[in-house]
Each structure stands twice: as structure tokens, then as C-alpha cells.
Design a binder for this molecule. Structure first.
Ligand code: D41
Length: 682
């Protein structure tokens, strides 16, 4: 703030903020396309109000602080609210809430408890609905609180808003205030549709609701599935009896009033609760925060209101906001920050992932300084460059994501993000496989990053389950140069290990003992531990069963490998490729001499009734998946081939068969139906 010490600076800053807010208002209210998150807007508005409060002579009549809300569009007629629609003050923490309560008690000169009506704060648009003699006659947006837009025709299309009040017990004139919103499910469906059509979709349910209400053609609004919850009552009166406002119908409790409106057929948010006193507020806030993701509608906080209407009247309002109510908002889920750099991380399989390094920012309740950018496609989609200002979102427990770039804030020193042409860790070549979005390092176990991940996998619970060797220790051992490969683990001695930082004699002993024990394993676990791409536990076990010994697996070609249950073209390629890498050959040979596993008994011929029989599967099977059938046949000793030849014994024909059936018939191959095959499998 030091630059704001001279009055010229203050004048300039006020002008700057006014211009920004004016600009954002247009984007938000007219275009329904905000470029900055709400918090940024709120911050500017607060800064402006502070500057104007400290320097009242600088406040202008057209300052945006004089008019919190939107400009009525020319194309809708204007409606002057009979009673103004007030705005809501905010608190953001338990302390601020306590201060709010203290102000209330001070003002009421009372230490007595008072009941509080607690409501979720819906993220929609405030509207006023007018009923005359029980008939819906007019609806208006909040606008600037005094004048709003006439959206009667659009509101008529909302299914949950009655066009006639239920029953007979209501005042001649009743204005109901509430929020129009779009349920999350409808928002998702709408956006899916938009994206299918190649359109951009809405940024959030609030904008979708705003965009839908601002349709001049109410047929469009009707398709948007909007909803409504009442949060209060506006003008209440009698028609032309000259007696002015008649409030006798109204209960003396805000909560009871909502219930009254509900009996007239207007929906009330089911989560609204009457609290005995202010001490229960924190619990309600936490409770609603917990439920937030599961609720069918978007909220951005809670609202608390003094329930007693007499107390409300005593408290009155300041500027445009009642003193008896406040929003207690959740931490913002979207914030602005700057992309300072992009790093490239290398995973176990060599996948190179761009990671955004962000100027640390508090969002969604935590400080975020990194976010994944996934791959080149995502970077292209965002059109993001280094030094860009970005909107970052962290909702619930979901990992933070970059939502969009604020293009108008792109600085002169913005830099295009370029992917490395070599691995950032080991400098090996990088490759992008056809049809894949990810770039991979070809360095395999040469690459220190892949090495660490490979060793972690090797020692992990489902692999060799090395006692005393966790991920952190693996990192340390690699970083300190004590090991490079999984085989090096077995060359460690107690002395080496115990000299490492944070490593006592006892842990060192344990590690060496754990490694000794891990030497004895099974062939299946050993294959799994190698960490071949897409070779999981099941595939490893199938390979062991099929080939019985390790050298057979190592030397098998793709065709042979595809005979193994579960192994298709890609996995077979991955396996052949793994054993062809020079650096893998070395390590694997070393490991073979270190590790031992019991021989696998070949299944007896009794257990392999389909031994030496070759099957071909064709057409669509209805009772089992193709690879299930393949695995089941192979488990009984059968070979499963992809094409019919003189060597084929059986063709299993599902539905919609083609040339294979013709060929089988030509060659006199026996044809089985799916059911016959299942019978054969027992
Ligand atoms: O759910 C809401 N967004 C909500 C908004 C609510 N539950 N209650 C509200 N109560 C008021 C007062 C206290 C002024 C009757 C409100 C709003 N106002 C409000 N919404 C937009 C501006 C003001």
C-alpha cells in the first residue's frame, strides 16, 4: 500500500478499480462470461469501498460501490421493487462470526440468547416473485436492489414455481424472494450437450442459471431445468383497500415465514434449520461444508439470520444490507495466481508429465503451489503460457486444477511452454507413441527417475515385499549413489547403510535382513516385480504358469506370448521390448543369479484336457468376454489362435460371424457354438 500514499495515487487507483469493475460487470452480467473468479471481484470492491470511506470526497455518483449488482438489459423491461432487495454482508471465519454476534448483542444491549435461522447459501440468482390474489403475476431479478429486470415469462417455465398459490390463506399481494439455481446434474447434462455440439459450455451452474434466465426466448429457458428455493418475503399487502401493508398474516419468526411460504407451494431448501442460539452456528457451517459435494445444488457458504422479526426490526440495516443477517462463506474454491514455471516429472514407465509451479495461493482451504498440466493436449486446450495469470480451482478433496487462463492479463514476458526433446532426468531421447497423448523417456532403468520408481515397485508389498524398505529410503539410497538398480539392493551391507543420514544400526540391520529374506520368492512375484508395463499380478502369474521357467519367458516372441491367457498384442510387445533393452538384460541377469524361486510343477495331462488342441474364436460371444473365453481355454491347455488354418481343431462361432466360418467349413474344422464351448469348459 506504500504506493498509495499520495492523493494522486489514490485517485488513480480508484479510477483503475472503477474501470476494472465496470469491465468485469459487463463480462459477468451481460456476457455471462466472467474472466476472473468472484473473490477477485470482491477484493476489488472491498478495496474501493475502503478507499472511498477513507476519502469520501473522492466518491463519485456513478462509482460501482453505489450499485452492487447488474445493469438491467435493454431488451427486458425494468421493474422497480416495491420493497428493495437487500444485499448480504459476509464473514469468512469463526472470529468474524463471533465479532458479528458481539455487534448484535451490543446493539441490542442484551446478553440473552436469540434463535438463528440457518440456511445454505445457494449459488444462484436472487429473484422476487409477485403473487396477486394467489396468482403469479410478475418476477424480477434483483438487479441493483431497487430496479431489476422483468423476467416473468422465463420464471413461468420453472417447474417448481407455482403459478397459483396453494390453499386460500395468503395476503392479497405477496412477494417471495429466493434463489433461482441450476441443479448440478442439470448443469452437467447441459454442458455435455454443449461440448458435443462443439460449444464451450458454462463455467459453473451459477452462470448457466444466469444465462438461462437472460434468454429473451422463454422456450430456451424452459429447456434448462432451473429450480428455486425461497429465502424470504418482500412486500406484503392488500389490494386497493387503502390500508397499506398488512402483515397480520405473517409469523413473527423468519423460519416460520419460510414454512408458511412452503405451505403455499413454494419450495424451501430442505437443509434450512432453526438453531436455538448462535453457539450452534459453527456446527451447522461444518455440517453443510461436509455435505457440500453430495448436495444436488451448488452452494458457496451458509447464511445466518436473527430469527425473531421484532429483533430484526430493532437491528435495521446499514447501506443496503440488514444488520440481522450475514453470509458465512466457505473458503473460495477458485483463485487467481501466476504460473511461474513448468517442470517435467518422469514416472516409473517414463511418462513425462508437465507440472505447473504456481505462485503459492490459498484456495479451497489449503495452500496450493503445484498442479498437473497432464500433457500437451491439455496445455493446448488451455492455451497457457509461463507467467500467465490462471484461475485455479480446488473443490472438495479433488486435486487442484487449472481451469483457465486470464488472457487479458498476459504479460509481455509470457513464454510458450515447450516440451523437452530429451529426458530432463537422464537426457535419453523422448518418444510419443502413436495415438498416445503422453511423451515418454526411452531411458528405462538408465533414468534415475524411472530407476527410483522401478526400485520402489520392486520392493513393494505385492512384489518382493522387502521388509524395512519404504519409498523414502529408496529415494535416499538412490540419491546417495548407493544403488542404481534393483540388483544393487542385494549388494548393500550394514556398514554402508548405517552411515546414511537418519539411519540407525537397528534399521540398517532390519533392511539387510529384509533383503536376505526377499531373495526367496516365486516366479510370478519376480516377473511382477520387474515392473514391465501393463504386466500386473494376474498377467505375471499367467506367464509363470504358461512358461514354467524364466528363460522361456525372456526369450519368447510376441506370438508365443499371446498364447498366454490375458496377454494381447500390446502386452506381448511390452514384454519383448522390456527384455530387449540392454540395460534391462544386465540387471535381469544379475537378479537371476541372486534370487531363487521354487520350480513350477507342470500341470499333469489330467488337468489339461484340451492340451494340444487349437481353438479359434470368432463373432460376438454373449455369455463371456472374448479374453475370458481365451483364458479359460488356455487354462485347460488349449492353444488359442487368431486365424483358421489346417492346424485348427475347433472354431467357436458367436454371433455375426464372417469369413472365418466359411474358411473353417472349407477345411472341415469342427464348429462349436458358445454354449458347446462352455460345456466343454465344464
Ligand atoms: O441462499 C442464498 N443465496 C440466500 C441469499 C439466502 N439463503 N438468504 C438470503 N437472504 C437475504 C436477506 C437477508 C437480505 C433477505 C439471500 C440474500 N438476501 C441475497 N441474495 C442475493 C443478494 C442478497
Amino acid at each position: 500500500m506504500s504506493e498509495l500514499n499520495s492523493s494522486q495515487n489514490i485517485i488513480n487507483r480508484i479510477a483503475e478499480i472503477c474501470q476494472l469493475i465496470h469491465h468485469y460487470n459487463h463480462q459477468y452480467y451481460v456476457l455471462d462470461e466472467p474472466s476472473v473468479p468472484d473473490v477477485e471481484y470482491d477484493r476489488l470492491m472491498r478495496e474501493l469501498i475502503t478507499l472511498e470511506t477513507d476519502n469520501p470526497h473522492l466518491k463519485t455518483l456513478d462509482s460501482p460501490s453505489q450499485k452492487v449488482g447488474g445493469v438491467a438489459l435493454k431488451s427486458f423491461s425494468q421493474v422497480t421493487h416495491q420493497l428493495p432487495m437487500l444485499s448480504l454482508d459476509n464473514v469468512f471465519s469463526a472470529q468474524e462470526w463471533q465479532a458479528f454476534v458481539k455487534r448484535l448483542k451490543d446493539r441490542l444491549k442484551s446478553t440473552l440468547d436469540f434463535a438463528i435461522c440457518a440456511e445454505p447459501k445457494l449459488d444462484g440468482l436472487a429473484v422476487s416473485l409477485r403473487y396477486e390474489n394467489g396468482v403469479f403475476v410478475q418476477a424480477a431479478t434483483r438487479g441493483d436492489g431497487t430496479v431489476g429486470e422483468n423476467i416473468t415469462e422465463n420464471i413461468r417455465t420453472i417447474k417448481s414455481i407455482p403459478l397459483r398459490l396453494y390453499g386460500t390463506n395468503f395476503p392479497d399481494i405477496l412477494e417471495v424472494r429466493g434463489e433461482v439455481f441450476m441443479p448440478k446434474a442439470s448443469f452437467d447434462a447441459l454442458n455435455k450437450q454443449a461440448i458435443k455440439k462443439g460449444e464451450k459450455g458454462f463455467a459453473n451452474p451459477r452462470n448457466a442459471a444466469a444465462g438461462s434466465l437472460r434468454q429473451l426466448d422463454s422456450k430456451i429457458t424452459a429447456k434448462r431445468n432451473l429450480s428455486f428455493y425461497a429465502y424470504g418475503i418482500g412486500f406484503v399487502g392488500a389490494l386497493d383497500d387503502g390500508n397499506g401493508i398488512d402483515e397480520s398474516w405473517l409469523a413473527n419468526s423468519h423460519y416460520q415465514r419460510l414454512c408458511q411460504i412452503k405451505t403455499l407451494g413454494l419450495p424451501m431448501c430442505p437443509e434450512v434449520k432453526l438453531l436455538e442460539n448462535a453457539t450452534h452456528v459453527e456446527d451447522f457451517y461444518q455440517d453443510i461444508l461436509q455435505q457440500r459435494e453430495a448436495l444436488s445444488y451448488e452452494i458457496d457458504g451458509t447464511v445466518f439470520k436473527v430469527d425473531d422479526i421484532d429483533l430484526q426490526q430493532k437491528l435495521g440495516f446499514v447501506a443496503r444490507a440488514p444488520r440481522w443477517a450475514t453470509a458465512y462463506k466457505f473458503p473460495a474454491q477458485e483463485e487467481l495466481t501466476v504460473l511461474e514455471a513448468v517442470d517435467f516429472q518422469v514416472g516409473r514407465t517414463g511418462a513425462i508429465t508437465p507440472v505447473a509451479r504456481l505462485k503459492p495461493i490459498f484456495v479451497g482451504g489449503v495452500t496450493v503451489s503445484n498442479a498437473t498440466l497432464h500433457n500437451q493436449d491439455e496445455i493446448d486446450r488451455l492455451g497457457i503460457q509461463i507467467n500467465d495469470t490462471v484461475i485455479i480451482r480446488r473443490a472438495g478433496d479433488v486435486i487442484p486444477q487449472i481451469v483457465s487462463v486470464v488472457l487479458e492479463r498476459r504479460p509481455d514476458n509470457a513464454q510458450v511452454i515447450s516440451f523437452p526433446s530429451e529426458c530432463p532426468v537422464c537426457q535419453s531421447d523422448v518418444l510419443k507413441a502413436e495415438g498416445e497423448a503422453v511423451l515418454r523417456c526411452t531411458g528405462g532403468l538408465y533414468c534415475q527417475a524411472q530407476r527410483k520408481e522401478a526400485i520402489k515397485h520392486f520392493a513393494s508389498r505385492k512384489a518382493l515385499d522387502v521388509d524395512g524398505l519404504g519409498d523414502k529410503l529408496v529415494e535416499q539410497l538412490v540419491d546417495e549413489g548407493l544403488i542404481k538398480t534393483p540388483a544393487d539392493l542385494f549388494k548393500l551391507n550394514v556398514l554402508d547403510v548405517s552411515t546414511m543420514e537418519r539411519m540407525g544400526q537397528k534399521s540398517a540391520d532390519n533392511l539387510i535382513k529384509g533383503l536376505e529374506a526377499a531373495r526367496n520368492t516365486t516366479l510370478a512375484k519376480f516377473i511382477y516385480a520387474l515392473g514391465i508395463r501393463e504386466v500386473g499380478e494376474t498377467t505375471a502369474s499367467n506367464l509363470a504358469q504358461y512358461f514354467l521357467n524364466f528363460s522361456a519367458i525372456k526369450t519368447a516372441n510376441e506370438e508365443q506370448l499371446q498364447q498366454v491367457p490375458d496377454v494381447g498384442v500390446i502386452v506381448a510387445k511390452n514384454i519383448v521390448n522390456f527384455f530387449a533393452q540392454e540395460h534391462n538384460i544386465e540387471v535381469v541377469e544379475e537378479l537371476e543369479s541372486i534370487m531363487s524361486w521354487p520350480d513350477i510343477e507342470r500341470k499333469s495331462d489330467d488337468e489339461l484336457p484340451l492340451k494340444d488342441q487349437t481353438f479359434v474364436l470368432t463373432g460376438t460371444l454373449s455369455k463371456m468376454a472374448r479374453n475370458e473365453a481365451k483364458a479359460a481355454l488356455q487354462a485347460l491347455g488349449a492353444k488359442v489362435s487368431g486365424s483358421v488354418s489346417a492346424k485348427t481343431n475347433y472354431l467357436v462361432a458367436g454371433e455375426k460371424v464372417g469369413s472365418k466360418l466359411v474358411k473353417a467349413q472349407e477345411l472341415g474344422v469342427k464348429v462349436l457354438t458358445e454354449d458347446e464351448m462352455i460345456e466343454l469348459l465344464g
